[in-house]
Write a protein that binds this ligand. Sequence first.
Ligand code: SF4
Length: 272
Amino acid sequence: MEGCVMATIDELRKEPHWSYSALNTYLNICQAQYFYRYVEQAEVERTSVCFPFGKAFHAALTAQAWECMMGNSLRQDELVERFSEAFRIEAEATPNLIYKEGENFDTIIDLATKMLDAALANWTDYYTIKGVAQAFKVDVPGLDKPLIGEYDLIVQDGRDVCIVDWKTSASRWSAGKADRDLQATVFSYAYEKQNGTAPLFRFDVITKTKNPGCESHYTSRGFHDFRRFEALANRAQDAINKGVFLPNETSYACSECPYRDRCRQWHLKKWR
Ligand code: SF4
């Protein structure tokens, strides 16, 4: 779809759609959480600071990518300024924001500064950027709504086109994690649908550790990954339409779940 004027992700979100986030929540995190967020659209009880942090970090790196695309680059202090401004706006707009013990606005800015240093030290995308924050919308056979999403960055990597996704993570990614990740599958699937060829995929993972680091994890997807994704998405849609929403009570997501109190009453609800 290079060369076409695409809608923004905010415009695409206004119409009924499937997203990687929704499918991943249902398939890999917790069906009950999916129900509260996407079906019931229940009020959020609490929001971990991780969410506005991640959004603000993306905003800072997106600003850097736009600058690089125009032949410039942001200084470290400018990058921190972009983060601080975005985090302040996100934090103010987030209801029931919860900081971890010992964290506050200032410690978040300190941590982000170190992480942005790590991201800049690893940054190689100065002359290769083909697209920034590019939204997509594709049809998946059998799904009743289109699949939408947004590529953080598209770069030329040698002879390949490579989709880049920035991740902030509490710890380093293990070997093989990128090869199993559903987002790489969904985004490569969409790119292949739009362009007729599967891209390379790169996760740039910046750790939120005491001494943050940034590592690039490459992966790719092919025919069988795409057919398996179509089958999974269709089976998820069937189960959702039938009202199957089981809690995943050993999920890592329980500790920061925005619907924890509601979930305690899950077994008392009348399910059809
Ligand atoms: S508390 Fe755990 S089981 Fe309950 S909805 Fe949230 S993630 Fe799912």
